[in-house]
Ligand binder design. Sequence first.
Ligand SMILES: [Zn+2]
Ligand SMILES: [Zn+2]
Length: 353
Amino acid sequence: MKAAVLHTIEDLRIQDIATPHPSEKEILIKVKVCTICGTDIRVYHYGHKHIRFPRITGHEVSGEIVEVGKKVENYKIGQRAAVAPALPCGECYYCRRGMQSMCLNLKDIGYHFDGGFAQFMVVPEVAIENDCVNLIPDNLSFEEAALAEPLACTINGQELSKIGLGDTVVVIGAGPLGCIHMQLARVKGAGKVILVELSSSRIDFARDLAAPDVIINPSKEDAVQKIKEETNGRGADKIIVACSSGKAQEESLRMVGSRGIINFFGGLPKDKPYIQFDSNLAHYGEFYVVGTHGSAPYHNKLALNLLSQGRINVKKIITHRLPLEKLEEGIHLAESGKAMKVAILPNKPNFNF
Ligand SMILES: [Zn+2]
Ligand SMILES: [Zn+2]
């Protein structure tokens, strides 16, 4: 099969390698779609402590089941499946308390196991055992199903942020995840959704895809002041910082209302993880700061349900489709901000896009 093998940092090669075969407790998937995530970009440039090279990355995967191990029950050849890539052990302190995304023994597809930037992918036993393999509802495409994973992360984030009825929610950053956050906030009953975004092309995109009530471009107006105006001087109930910017995180501390919740949803670059935090703002405002970085298997199931019910629409989020051979180009496109989501279609060789 063809696979994109990351040999070391920034050394990505498209290679013909032996098609893997599942053991009796594993499944083989023919990969239809694997979308490029911020994590894939980070791993390409910086590696990751859990990755031993060479490795096939890619974790937002959907495909068709083509081989099923003898001892696997409940799955059949020909079924369409999406895989939740963060694989909990099911037995540790956090798993037993229902916090599988915090599993002490978490294994990830694309880190510990080969991922979806290849024509075929083995689904490991631990994934099947822990309910990470979800059948795709008939009314969803493979592309939509691949985006269940980023949606699952936003569901986890909004659970931690306790977004609910009537909340004024500020989303900073209108990338793919920011746009999904705005839609999800509505599903959860937000009263007013405010977007803060610098790029005018992303604003246009978000207007179409997520229809925020208020759009603030901080290069043109004072975002903190405008949010105060929109909330009768209080500040927002909930803030999601859906970009990788320390400055945006610092600003969010001045945008939040008393007892509000800020979510640092986007991670900061490894070499610049510090921000200035006026702790008196928290002392007097009694607000909360939380972070989010992944999802649990049940968030992935919920995500597929929400997509299937048409309550979240991700169809337009994929702006570029590329064959496997152009993965590197896709990574550069995604990091340049020119693309929203880039989908790699490993079994559609050499098509023109
Ligand atoms: Zn992802
Ligand atoms: Zn665990």
